[in-house]
Design a protein around this ligand. Structure first.
Ligand code: HEM
Length: 403
């Protein structure tokens, strides 16, 4: 089925450039709207109202575990061998496994531990800007927004610098929809990823270091708390999260500022507003547009709608964060918005583990960009900027700027 058979074409390029009008209509229609993902050809029910999105995310009747879904369901048929090798992570399981896996790494991501990274993150950001400052122009994503969080998560995990370009390719293939319909590319990237980590883990086993990889390895060796497959999957999840999210907080955030000059001036005049500005960037155009899927293990009723067994539901965080029932003038980008209880990091037990890290990276990055590049401007008409395919990650393909 092509996307044009959907009543709401969430996947069309013009929708990707601005999904809000489509979401506004969906919010009017019903608590859940059923669409068919044009890439995977699977049905997905989308919640767009704030209250429904929150209730859906905390509804324990839905499962994150594909193994609990009837075997003949289309989503389950799509699973490939490589995905199974990297899919035993906290975001694909329910309690008690979820609790066990999350607890193993949660200490490394608390606000206090993350705050200790401030000097290092600042130094990386400076170094990246040193590299481009003289040139007067750059693709902000490529030169700055991407390498910053990637370097940070790679250092935390203990992944060698020189392998980072390779991760970029793999994570990109795995997270983005197969626009050519070829699942084989994803399969191959997943297998290569798993193999790469087998090799790296073997080296760390022989020679442990002071990094997350060595710490997780010692947990695995103790036996019953982390299986080899769970370990690879955990590394995969952390790397993907580190590669595909904060880059778009910085990119979408700078895009929002450059297309709202009066807000940019306010922030330049009062840099202390940075934290509140980053919260508004997360709300206004958060990097994660919809949650990952939850499935109905059997027929389930939600707000009067029966979700047949095996079908999936997602919450549109972007739509919920623009719900006029919850936010005053939601279409306005206001860096001093108060209150601003957005759900860009999700809600409930799967609430983003990396939120403190992402917030810190975002504030440091945007602060420094404004401080060091006082003449920062878009180098392209906003209408000509192109946005990524797919509804999971919302972000620009390129963000050309001059300064
Ligand atoms: C601005 C950047 C980020 C945003 C907007 C974001 C958003 C989200 C969202 C919405 C979820 C929940 C998904 C769902 O329920 O289906 C999530 C989960 C998660 N995020 Fe993030 N994320 C960001 C950055 C990061 C970073 C930097 C890391 C760590 C390196 C990270 C690690 C995780 C993990 C491990 C989970 C799964 C938590 C669980 O299942 O308990 N995220 N994130």
């Amino acid at each position: 089925m092509s996307s044009s058979t959907n009543r709401y074409d969430l996947w069309a390029p013009e929708t990707r450039a601005n999904p809000l009008p489509v979401y506004a209509r969906m919010r009017q229609e019903a608590p859940l709207v059923r669409l068919v993902d044009p890439y995977y050809k699977t049905p997905v029910w989308v919640a767009t109202r704030y209250k429904d999105a929150v209730d859906l995310m905390r509804d324990a009747r839905f499962t994150k575990d594909i193994q609990k879904v009837p075997e003949d369901s289309p989503s389950r048929q799509l699973r490939t061998k490589s995905m199974e090798a990297i899919n035993q992570h906290m975001l694909s399981v329910d309690p008690p496994d979820h609790t066990r896996l999350r607890t193993l790494v949660s200490k490394a991501f608390t606000p206090r531990r993350v705050e200790e990274l401030r000097p290092r993150i600042t130094a990386i950001a400076h170094r990246l800007l040193d590299g481009v400052q003289a040139s007067g122009s750059m693709d902000l994503l490529d030169a700055f927004a991407f390498p910053l969080p990637v370097t940070v998560i790679a250092e935390m995990l203990g992944v060698p610098q020189e392998d980072q370009e390779q991760f970029r390719e793999w994570t990109n293939v795995i997270v983005n929809p197969p626009t050519d319909g070829n699942m084989q590319t994803i399969e191959t990237a997943g297998l290569q990823f798993a193999q790469y980590f087998q090799g790296l883990l073997a080296r760390r086993r022989a020679e442990p270091r002071d990094d997350l990889l060595s710490a997780l390895l010692s947990v695995e060796e103790q036996g019953d708390r982390l299986s080899p497959r769970e370990l690879i999957s955990m590394l995969f999840l952390l790397l993907v999260a580190g590669h595909e999210t904060t880059v778009n907080l910085i990119g979408n955030g700078i895009w929002a500022l450059l297309t709202h000059p009066e807000q940019l001036e306010r922030l330049r005049a009062n840099p202390a507003l940075i934290e509140s500005a980053v919260e508004e960037m997360l709300r206004y155009r958060g990097p994660v547009e919809t949650t990952t899927q939850r499935w109905a293990p059997q027929d389930l009723e939600f707000r009067g709608q029966v979700i047949p067994a095996g079908e999936s539901v997602v919450a549109s965080l972007l739509a919920a964060d623009h719900d006029p029932e919850h936010f005053r003038e939601p279409e306005r980008f206001d860096i001093t918005r108060e209150p601003n209880r957005h759900i860009a990091f999700g809600f409930g037990i799967h609430f983003c583990l990396g939120a403190p890290l992402a917030r810190l990276e975002g504030t440091i990055a945007i602060n420094l960009l404004l401080e060091r590049l006082p003449r920062l401007r878009l180098a392209e008409e906003p209408a000509r900027l192109r946005w990524r395919d797919g509804v999971l990650v919302n972000g620009l393909l390129r963000l050309p700027v001059t300064f």
